[in-house]
Design a binder for this molecule. Structure first.
Ligand code: SF4
Ligand code: SF4
Length: 425
């Protein structure tokens, strides 16, 4: 198999196709600390793309309660168990072997889903990626275990939980439009392709024959089979909006964020495009909000980077969750990300204001400094106290054409309701 470089793993790895990179890459950052599990994102996707017969079980966007929830059921724990069986106890990182461009989190020493499948063959030929086909039962009940910190059925009889030790968090998910997509790698019909202009991964419905190898191989289980058309379908990243072709939203061709991103009341989502160089590296651009959060500050981390697909969805990890669990889910950058997020400096705080400030994709930001307005005491993850200075800076956001489309201050403006309207809404 060809060797490709995976920057999230900090090393080369085997992949069925040689490196070939798009000019721009669809990417997103989710702040898990802010998700309400309101499912507005889920329903906005459902009502746009998957409301027809045969698509009842399709939730291209879903929000699951970790650690027990998942759609399809147990998708991640199932694959983690398979990887551990293939490479017992070996899924480790060397966090000392870092490089700002090629290995920002250190080096992964375990096996990816592609490497763990080496030498395996199935009914349709060689197996390209370790995976499994969920059962019809696994695709039922997308909200099983919603808001459960602990599944009581798994506790031995008479067991009581220690107080204040329970935890859960909401994980919003969609297709990661992976750089080394496992769905694409496994398709025997070459029906899946990655667009050169924006890295969006699509299934050509006219080529698909419903073999479901993509469903089996996608580690995030975001390629889904549709029985009445005998084809697989997946998130299309609302590509007309990304292209600026939604006439109502983009009268002048401005690229806009997807439906699930723009509908988020929790303001957890920021989506955009990052430029990719000919060598596959992200072109250094710290004024792009996504580049800044992911590559410059490393405050947002990939979901299960050890799977090896180089997913392009990134998460600011939840502060209250045990680190062992988070390290398994987001890799070795968790502690540094949470420390920064717990007490952000004035620049990071300004960029965090950009989440859900506009529907247009932001390609650049600028910060205009303002006066200091407060000092607050912050409790850090290790229990120590820190003083955070709050500056009323203004962040400006610019669209693809360099036009200012966002201007927002750190301190929220206060409007006093006139006395004669005191009780009206
Ligand atoms: S998340 Fe799954 S369906 Fe989406 S590109 Fe990656 S491997 Fe393919
Ligand atoms: S709309 Fe936003 S806050 Fe609501 S569930 Fe989705 S990601 Fe979470």
């Amino acid at each position: 198999m060809p060797s490709v470089h995976n920057w999230q793993l900090g090393r080369s790895m085997e992949y069925p196709y040689p490196e070939h990179h798009p000019k721009w890459q669809f990417a997103f950052v989710f702040n898990t600390n802010r998700c309400l599990a309101c499912q507005t994102c889920t329903m906005s996707c459902k009502s746009t793309w998957t409301f027809s017969r045969g698509q009842e079980h399709m939730w291209w966007n879903n929000v699951e309660t970790k650690p027990f929830g998942g759609y399809p059921k147990h998708w991640d724990s199932n694959l983690l168990s398979m990887l551990d069986a293939a490479n017992p106890g070996g899924q480790t990182w060397d966090a000392t072997k870092t490089d700002p461009t090629k290995a920002p989190y250190g080096t992964f020493e375990g096996q990816t889903i592609f490497e763990a499948a080496t030498g395996q063959s199935g009914p349709g030929g060689p197996v390209r990626a370790l995976g499994y086909l969920p059962t019809p039962e696994d695709w039922t009940g997308p909200n099983v275990f919603e808001d459960h910190a602990r599944n009581p059925a798994t506790l031995p009889a008479g067991t009581t939980l220690p107080e204040h030790k329970v935890w859960f968090f909401y994980l919003a998910r969609l297709c990661n439009h992976c750089t080394y997509a496992a769905c694409l790698a496994s398709c025997p019909r070459q029906a899946i392709y990655k667009r050169p202009e924006d890295g969006i991964v699509l299934i050509d419905q006219s080529r698909c024959r419903g073999y479901q190898r993509c469903v089996e191989a996608c580690p995030y289980k975001k390629a889904i089979f549709r029985p009445n058309t005998n084809t697989s379908e997946k998130c299309v990243a609302c590509y007309p909006r990304i292209e600026g072709k939604d006439q109502e939203l983009s009268p002048n061709g401005e690229p806009c964020e997807t439906r699930c991103m723009t509908s988020c009341p929790g303001k957890i989502r920021l989506q955009g495009l990052v430029e990719i160089g000919d060598d596959g590296n992200w072109v250094a651009d710290p004024s792009n909000p996504l580049y800044y959060l992911i590559r410059e500050r490393k405050v947002a981390l990939p979901l299960y980077p050890q799977f090896g697909t180089e997913p392009n969805g990134f998460y600011i990890p939840p502060r209250w969750v045990p680190r062992g669990y988070l390290n398994q889910m987001f890799g070795p950058g968790v502690q540094a990300a949470i420390e920064q997020y717990s007490c952000p400096d004035r620049e990071l705080l300004s960029v965090l204001q950009l989440f859900r400030a506009t529907r247009q994709i932001l390609f650049r930001f600028e910060i205009v400094q303002g006066p200091k307005v407060a000092e607050i005491e912050v409790t850090m993850p290790d229990g120590t106290k820190k003083t955070q200075s709050i500056w009323n800076d203004t962040v400006l956001g610019f669209n693809r054409f360099g036009k200012e489309v966002v201007r927002i201050t750190t301190e929220e403006p206060v409007f006093e309701r006139p006395k004669n309207h005191a009780n009206s809404i």
